[in-house]
Design a protein. Structure first.
Length: 541
């Protein structure tokens, strides 16, 4: 593999964040580019206490379920050291690990943890937070794969009508096997295909939930890397969160006010609204009979669902949290603060959307006596297969241009259009000449026998029809001549700019495992990749 870097266009928010614009930096406590800020952050964490032993015990049990490596066990045990800190990032448990950016996020976490451990000379543990409390199964039940230049959305045909958290959703093994088979059929059979199919079916057999399916695959792909997995909806973990869940209830009104103030300020500064701002949002979910329900705060400071089917006072809700903490979960605002409560977070690794919504949380963090950790943008990459690279070179196509805009410009420059214009112009000219030649004939026929006028006009139409037929045949012939070129353009778009966006947002790691084997992710992880703000082009061999 060869790594090259390029600069891609970003949203205004990310452009300003990367450029360290003071206007945007004011929404954060630390600058992720400043080495001294990591030292400051470390000192801040050393003044706080964490449930290290209880957390390590949970993580050991959770990760051992998924055949984790000894390196993961060692990293978990490091957490019991009062000087240990973590680099953390998270994502939902997408089927087959979801879009490629999940893989890139874990690679970033591992690389950043290693770099900071060397700089600070303290244990830095890489943790991936699986957002198991999420209930929107439609967001994670599919991937995109390519076949002959066509992008296919492959989906697990299972419903989540009860809106239960993904951690609680029992997977449909039959539906999952069918889904995996469809994905594999989209890819050409290689020397790795049978082993891949066997491993995926083995993982399905050993899994009860989509968290299990995800956990087994991540530990398989990142074997020996030391990555530590955490399920944010684990009942064990929820017990450690009781005291903070109760704080969220008692400080709920102020929490929401702080969030709204920051969100409004971000909007006023021209950065949009990354999180929906609802006036009555309590930023907690209650799980009733398996259904995840967002709590709202009423005008009388009670907590209820939208339909007002139940009503809790702050005291009643606090008692319920104490009694059944497993029936509560955080939303997009309180999840980061809960993470801060649980873990000694040296840095948080985030995608562009996450960086934006964390910008609304500074004052909410301060309410609980915390600071926002350094927010580090995850790595962004594009894999370029050998045949794609060859086509790009032969066509003098610039990879960043293709990533940003697709092949539209290259298609416009194709010689096909010149040939099509030549055909159109030639035949249009022929039509005009035929009409010019036939006008005197029609006049002559009409002069001697008006009854033959229609026959003369029909004669022109027959000639035009024959010319149209010839035009269609010639156009089809020219199109066939360029058919391979169009197919190449289709394949380039489907693999480098699928769905009109970045490859990382649509494609899945399975395609590359099928071609290069299960050690493909390790090969990428072992590459010399700088944690800077450039997009990485990974040229495969």
């Amino acid at each position: 593999m060869i790594v090259k870097e390029c600069k891609l266009t970003h949203s205004k928010f990310m452009e300003d964040y990367i450029a360290e614009k003071p206007q945007l930096q004011s929404f954060f406590d630390y600058n992720y580019k400043n080495d001294h800020h990591y030292i400051e952050r470390y000192r801040e964490l050393m003044d706080r206490k964490f449930q290290r032993k209880e957390l390590a015990n949970y993580l050991l049990r959770f990760n051992r379920k998924y055949d984790c490596s000894s390196e993961t066990i060692i990293n978990i045990e490091k957490l019991t050291n009062d000087h240990a800190v973590v680099v953390v990032g998270g994502q939902q448990a997408g089927v087959l690990t979801g879009p490629l950016y999940t893989i890139y996020k874990i690679i970033t976490i591992l690389k950043l943890a290693k770099a900071q451990e060397e700089k600070l000379q303290v244990p830095v543990v890489p943790i991936f937070w699986i957002a198991g409390e999420d209930h929107d199964f439609a967001e994670i039940n599919h991937i995109y794969s390519t076949q002959s230049g066509t992008l296919h959305k492959r989906k697990v045909n299972q419903l989540n009508n009860n809106r239960c958290s993904v951690s609680d959703l029992i997977l449909d093994k039959l539906a999952l096997r069918k889904f995996v088979n469809e994905v594999l059929l989209d890819n050409k059979e290689t020397s790795h295909t049978q082993a891949l199919a066997a491993e995926l079916n083995k993982v399905i057999e050993n899994s009860n939930t989509y968290i299990d399916f995800f956990g087994f695959l991540i530990h398989k792909l990142f074997k020996d890397s030391g990555i530590v997995l955490l399920d944010s909806h684990s009942q064990e973990l929820r017990k450690l969160e009781i005291s903070f869940l109760k704080q969220i209830v008692t400080k709920n009104e102020t929490l929401h006010e702080k969030f709204l103030e920051s969100a409004h300020s971000l909007f006023e500064n021209g950065y949009g609204e990354p999180i929906e701002c609802r006036a009555c949002n309590a930023h907690l979910f209650y799980h009733l009979n398996g259904t995840r329900i967002l709590l709202e705060r009423t005008e009388t400071d009670f907590f209820s669902d939208k339909q007002k089917t139940f009503l809790f006072s702050s005291e009643e809700l606090g008692a319920l949290i104490e009694k059944e903490p497993e029936n509560f979960s955080n939303n997009v605002v309180t999840r980061p603060i809960m993470q801060e409560f649980l873990l000694p977070v040296l840095a948080f690794v985030a995608g562009p959307g996450e960086v934006a919504y964390w910008a609304t949380l500074k004052e909410a963090f301060h309410l609980f006596g915390y600071k926002l950790p350094p927010i580090v943008p995850r790595l962004a990459m594009t894999f370029i297969e050998p045949k794609i690279n060859k086509w790009l070179k032969n066509g003098n196509l610039i990879v960043p241009e293709i990533i940003n805009h697709g092949t539209a410009y290259a298609r416009e420059k194709s010689a096909y259009w010149a040939e099509e214009r030549r055909i159109d112009e030639t035949f249009s000219s022929a039509f005009m000449e035929i009409e010019k030649v036939h006008l005197p004939l029609i006049d002559l026929v009409t002069c001697y026998d008006k009854g033959l006028k229609k026959l003369a006009e029909k004669n022109i139409e027959i000639i035009k029809k024959e010319i149209n037929f010839l035009t269609e045949k010639l156009t089809k012939s020219v199109r066939q001549k360029y058919e391979n070129e169009w197919i190449k353009f289709d394949i380039i778009d489907a693999t480098i700019r699928p769905n009109g966006g970045l490859q990382e947002r649509s494609l899945n790691i399975v395609t590359y495992i099928n071609y290069y084997g299960f050690d493909f992710v390790k090969q990428v992880l072992d590459l010399s990749i700088d944690l800077n703000d450039y997009h990485k082009l990974i040229f495969l061999r």
